[in-house]
Design a protein around this ligand. Structure first.
Ligand SMILES: [Ca+2]
Ligand SMILES: [Ca+2]
Length: 125
């Protein structure tokens, strides 16, 4: 896969539709190798390092059942690990998954309306 890093902050649904409009989808990290590859790119870039990033992870349909949107796969925390104490569904309103810099670039659940950067994924055919 290839990735596009969008530093413009948007809510999760806007990030998702922006990816779709380009024929892409929000990033789904189905393997630990893919997760580590993306995290390395984030950590190695001064422009990316301190941002939070929307991924396709969400539990919008069923609380605590995490899936990757659009690729329609269950999210595996052994592939994309949660930060410690996450997901906490704080205030019963955290249903979208982001990579959080201050949590050591691991996964967190956040309110979908929060404004974060986002990563689109696409395949070269
Ligand atoms: Ca939730
Ligand atoms: Ca959280």
């Amino acid at each position: 896969s290839c990735y596009k890093f969008n530093t413009t902050a948007t809510d999760w649904h806007t990030a998702r539709s922006n990816c779709k409009r380009q024929g892409d989808h929000l990033v789904a990290m189905e393997t630990r190798e893919e997760f580590e590859y993306i995290i390395r790119l984030l950590k190695d870039s001064p422009a990316y390092f301190s941002l939070n990033w929307w991924t396709a992870a969400n539990d919008i349909e069923n609380e605590a059942q995490w899936v990757w949107a659009d690729v329609n796969q269950p999210m595996s925390s052994s592939a994309a690990p949660w930060a410690s104490t996450q997901p906490d569904n704080l205030g019963n309103r955290e249903h979208c998954g982001d990579v959080v810099s201050k949590y050591g670039h691991k996964m967190n659940d956040a309110p979908c309306e929060f404004q974060y950067a986002s990563i689109c994924e696409y395949n070269l055919l």
